[in-house]
Design a protein around this ligand. Sequence first.
Ligand code: AMP
Ligand code: ZN
Length: 153
Amino acid sequence: MDCVFCKIIANEIPSVKVYEDDHILAFLDINPIEKGHVLLIPKKHWESLAAVPVADSADVAVLEELTYMSHVVSKAVTRTFANGANLLQATGKCAGQTVFHLHFHVIPRYDDGSTPPSFESGHGAYSSNEERDAYAEKLRKEISKVLSEEAII
Ligand code: AMP
Ligand code: ZN
């Protein structure tokens, strides 16, 4: 299947991962709206949120975990480098969806006077790979801290 996110899951193309388990992967957006912008994806290929078949309780459990992990990532970003965050999911081209594998964006927000917040890809471009990797490292540490504090999955 020609899906960029399935290729990331299969390690066929590189990504900067911040969390992974059997069902879910979280990695940095390549063209961040703000620094620390994370994408959360299920390992199963579903086109969008609307396309998830909920007949199987295992699929519902993955949706629940995606929602829970968006809480964890939002908590991690606001406890480390950000002042707030947006959760965004686009279903369909008219909603701005460009990658047709379900993903939740967690977009960190900063008290830097830029209101309303930008939704422009690349607005939060990193100045270097080192800067990007430093954000990823902070996220990895804080996500695992939140998970161990909450200890529900
Ligand atoms: P959407 O417009 O909601 O479909 O978002 C797709 C997102 O995927 C965009 O923010 C892209 O920057 C991001 N993206 C596309 N390709 C990659 C990639 N190879 N690695 C990380 N993020 C990607
Ligand atoms: Zn896919």
